[in-house]
Design a protein around this ligand. Structure first.
Ligand code: HEC
Length: 154
């Protein structure tokens, strides 16, 4: 660069500094999420937590069944848990279930209604699409509030 061009060079540098890389016009601040937009807890996640905390002791961590001497059946595709409507499962979890030579103790005192619904939502994720659609069908036809099948003794 010739000596005479040097001032222009600096002028160009100064112009570039002023225009190009300076702070851009202030952008409007991102609005904070409103309370109604807060994510609601995912029932399946809650249900999985409930399952591992309460049910897995007997039904196994993967719902494969037979985790202890009570011989709790599998609740996944291996057996027929998916043949029962939500209302029945809700009742059994709440009040317990008598079987042939085995029984499930009631869990109603350990769980809120929301947690029982959540654990059922989790069980649904264990079934095949066909099992699930049959289970949803029977659930939609089942009476909404069946009598408890078993009320624990005093
Ligand atoms: C203390 C052990 C124990 C715990 C804890 C337990 N269960 Fe059970 N569960 C059993 C036994 C035993 C049976 C079998 C009863 C029978 O033969 O009718 C059973 C049966 C069931 C059935 C019926 C399955 C079928 O195919 O007929 C469902 C559904 C079920 N349990 C869900 C649950 C859920 C959900 C939880 C957790 C909230 C849970 N159980 C906790 C022992 C348990």
């Amino acid at each position: 660069m010739t000596i005479r061009l040097i001032p222009f060079f600096f002028l160009a540098l100064i112009l570039a500094a002023c225009t190009g890389s300076g702070p851009t016009a202030a952008e409007p601040p991102t609005p904070l999420p409103q309370p109604t937009e807060l994510p609601t807890p995912d029932p399946v996640l809650l249900g999985r937590e409930v399952f591992s905390r309460i049910c897995a002791a007997c039904h196994g961590l993967d719902a494969e069944g037979y985790a202890n001497e009570l011989n709790a059946p599998a609740l996944n595709t291996a057996e027929h848990a998916s043949e029962h409507p939500d209302q029945q499962i809700h009742d059994w979890v709440m009040n317990g279930k008598l079987g042939l030579g085995r029984q499930m103790p009631p869990q109603g005192d350990n769980l809120t209604d929301e947690e029982i619904h959540a654990v059922i939502a989790y069980l649904r994720t264990l079934w095949t699409e066909e099992q699930l659609s049959r289970q949803q069908d029977i659930t939609s036809r089942w009476p909404a509030t069946p009598e408890p099948t078993w009320t624990p003794g005093p």
